[in-house]
Design a protein around this ligand. Structure first.
Ligand code: SAM
Length: 323
């Protein structure tokens, strides 16, 4: 029996024009092409949000379809985020900035129960594990620090990625040399290092797997006599930057130098930018580093492209001004 023939109730073979037409349609490649086309557009138009916001926004930015402001002038630099990139939202509960002179007290109260973490330092159980001073860093005394501190004369600096405090101590020393005695440097770092880092830094002891990095950093700050200028925030960068936004803590100068692969750098840059005051400057290390698949550089460039900002370089560092 041919395909387009069916049997009648009595078993006689009869032709069905309707069946024949269906058969023609369903075996046509054009039919399946059209179906795929319709399915694609149905899905596209009924989607409530784009599951890949960064790539679509990047593509849109790359084709100049989004007008990002090049000058951001509101309570904090990022409060004028255009709605097109709402999917980049990282800290929805930011409050208005609190006065600068309340920031130290706010951190001490919220993080340390009102006392200074340097009180009674070092605790007896780690005292014998610490070196008097050990300030290994990477590009931690680059000219960019002096250039930006002279230019911005910051009251609040946030450092995202501190390690042993080489760059933090250097910035504290610079601010004092410039007569900026009240400048506060908030150092965000989980002070865990990274898996295997003790192969390079064996002098940093650990007690039952608890590495003494925070304590050695604090010892370096004490030894350098800059405890009035430096406060550690010993948590992950993501959670801390978000929380600072919710506490209304903002900064004039922010250094990004924590995780160097793209996703870490991208997250830190996006979160930190929300904390920058108008006229503030964000900068970071390793713009030219080949390791991590140029993660820092890709994150910085994408961010600047989306916001219509200009990336400048100073030695090994990248610099982005808000104005
Ligand atoms: C390159 S070191 C910072 C060096 C320092 N800026 C200097 O020049 O002396 C990077 C630091 O970022 C910290 N870090 C990396 N990812 C982090 C994260 N997600 N949260 C908190 N700290 C992180 C590491 O513990 C490490 O101490």
């Amino acid at each position: 029996m041919k395909d387009h023939e069916i049997k009648s109730l009595h078993g006689n073979r009869i032709r069905s024009p309707k069946r024949s037409l269906c058969r023609t349609i369903f075996t046509s490649p054009l039919f399946y092409l059209t179906l795929a086309f319709l399915a694609f557009f149905a899905g596209y138009y009924t989607a409530t949000s784009n599951p890949f916001p960064s790539s679509s926004a990047a593509a849109a930015a790359a084709t100049n379809n989004i007008n990002f402001p090049s000058r951001l002038a509101s309570a904090t630099a990022a409060m004028t985020l255009p709605p097109e990139i709402d999917n980049f939202r990282v800290a929805p509960n930011c409050i208005d900035p609190i006065p600068t002179d309340l920031i130290r007290e706010t951190i001490l109260t919220r993080v340390y129960g009102g006392a200074s973490p340097f009180d009674n330092f070092p605790p007896p159980h780690v005292a014998n594990s610490l070196r008097h001073r050990s300030l290994k860093g990477w590009g931690s005394k680059g000219a960019v620090f002096r250039h930006l501190i002279e230019e911005v004369r910051p009251k609040i600096i946030i450092e995202v990625g501190t390690f042993l405090g080489a760059s933090a101590v250097h910035m504290a020393t610079l601010t004092r040399q410039l007569g900026l005695d009240d400048t506060l440097i908030l150092c965000i770092d989980d002070f865990r290092g990274w898996p295997g880092f003790r192969e390079q830094f064996q002098f940093i002891n650990h007690i039952n797997g608890d590495v003494m990095l925070l304590y050695q950093f604090m010892q370096n700050v004490v030894y350098s006599n800059v405890t009035d200028s430096v406060l550690p925030l010993p948590f992950s960068t993501g959670s801390t930057l978000s929380r600072l936004c919710q506490w209304g803590v903002t900064a004039d100068l922010i250094e990004i130098d924590a995780g160097h692969e793209f996703n870490s750098a991208w997250s830190d840059i996006n979160r930190a930018f929300r904390l920058l005051r108008p006229g503030g400057v964000m900068f970071g290390h390793d713009y030219f580093r080949m390791g991590d698949n140029r993660g820092v550089r890709r994150a910085v460039n994408l961010f600047a492209q989306i916001y219509g900002l200009r990336v400048q370089t100073d030695g090994e560092h990248w610099v982005i001004h808000t104005s």
